[in-house]
Design a binder for this molecule. Structure first.
Ligand SMILES: [Fe+2]
Ligand SMILES: [Fe+2]
Ligand SMILES: [Fe+2]
Ligand SMILES: [Fe+2]
Length: 397
């Protein structure tokens, strides 16, 4: 039986935001905070419009994730700009809406992401107009447009004048009026990179959800979609690990919750690779030591992303320790045997098993006999767990 647990939705939203920042950092040296600024503006507008608590939470989540559909191929084409530079592709609206279909919004939110570039007068990507566009999409559209002007260096008054000018063409009149009311000097200053995190943390509405780990799995699957869009290889690799961990959970007769945690850890273990440049992830040859150094931080990023979610303590450990070794020769911490629990050790073994049995551009999948020899040697050197290695080689033979 799977147990009900209480999760804070905001902690998931926070992890998604970090994932999007990683994605952005893989093509730029800094992150633009576009998503956070749009979210802060949206909830200020929502409050002024008198939205309900449920609408406010969903607006916040939708605003901060509104550009989640900006996929990597688009990024690569426009790698000199920030997120807002990539919004010219309407596909990001379709992919973004699709990705969030399983997100636990408090009410159905069809069209909130899909129509975030629609204009009041029907001149947007899909030609939707007026109140046929969901109100929350109208709010995100104005916040998004204002953020882009902010990022281009326009001042508070210039932006205020532009919004007034586009009242009734680009924007829904109610939302324009709300903007005029919130556009104080303090509001404008709080958008600054130095203050945006604090201001957002103070302002976001909080919601909790009662869910079992199993019910949570599809939400974690959204991260898998981000990874798949960036690098199909990494996506396949994670799914291979998930299948093998499922087999191992049955081999050990683990209960349903431990099994689910192992599967979630598998799907999330390389999520930090969102921050790794595609030139390295997609390279058709083995990596140079310098390139390998650029891959190594991914496990640290995975930990930073997951550790903020209460209820994910085991998953954070198991997902983030998969390159540590019992003798301290692993990375990024150089942990030793005493730091690595059973789940972490199992994940290390399965990650290696999966990697060796995968097709690589520079070599074919290795035969079982060869895998067994390599892993046996690592166990003999006390680099990976001897008993678990024997179990893995038995169960996956
Ligand atoms: Fe967008
Ligand atoms: Fe945007
Ligand atoms: Fe990894
Ligand atoms: Fe991996």
């Amino acid at each position: 039986m799977s147990e009900y647990m209480t999760f804070n939705r905001n902690e998931f939203v926070g992890a998604f935001v970090m994932a999007l920042d990683f994605l952005e950092s893989s093509v730029r040296s800094n992150v633009t905070n576009h998503n956070k600024r749009v979210a802060l503006m949206a909830i200020r507008l929502g409050a002024r419009l008198g939205l309900s608590a449920e609408d406010m939470f969903d607006l916040y989540a939708g605003a901060v994730l509104h550009d989640n559909g900006i996929t990597n191929p688009v990024y690569n084409k426009l790698s000199t700009g920030g997120i807002s530079n990539m919004e010219r592709f309407m596909s990001h609206c379709i992919v973004g809406e699709e990705n969030l279909k399983v997100f636990p919004f408090l009410k159905p939110r069809e069209g909130m992401i899909l129509y975030h570039h629609e204009a009041y007068d029907g001149s947007g990507y899909f030609g939707m107009s007026g109140r046929a566009i969901p109100l929350l999409a109208h709010v995100i559209h104005l916040a998004d447009t204002v953020e882009i002007m902010y990022a281009q260096g326009l001042g508070r008054k210039e932006v205020g004048a532009k919004v007034a000018e586009w009242n009734g063409s680009q924007f829904l009149p109610d939302v324009c009026e709300a903007f005029d009311e919130i556009n104080s000097l303090a509001f404008w200053l709080s958008l600054d990179n130095r203050f945006i995190d604090g201001e957002l943390n103070r302002s976001v509405p909080h919601y909790h959800m009662e869910m079992t780990l199993r019910e949570l799995a599809p939400i974690a699957g959204i991260f898998g979609k981000f990874v798949d869009e960036k690098s199909p290889f990494t996506g396949r690799h994670s799914r291979g690990i998930a299948e093998k961990l499922e087999t191992m959970a049955d081999f050990y007769n683990f209960d349903e919750d431990i099994k689910t945690k192992l599967i979630l850890s598998a799907h999330l273990h390389d999520i930090g690779k969102l921050a790794t440049p595609n030139a390295i992830l997609d390279k058709n040859a083995s990596l140079t030591p310098e390139e390998f150094d650029l891959v190594k931080p991914h496990v640290f990023y995975t930990r930073r992303m997951l550790e903020g979610i209460k209820g994910f303590e085991d998953i954070t450990e198991w997902a983030s320790n998969h390159h540590e070794k019992l003798d301290g020769s692993g990375y990024p911490y150089g942990f030793t045997a005493k730091d690595l629990d059973f789940g972490s050790r199992l994940m290390v073994c399965i990650d290696i098993y999966q990697a060796l049995t995968e097709e690589r551009p520079y070599r074919s999948p290795l035969e079982y006999a060869k895998v067994s020899r390599i892993m046996g040697g690592m166990a003999d050197n006390n680099s990976i767990d001897r008993d678990i290695t024997a179990d893995v080689l038995e169960a996956l033979r």
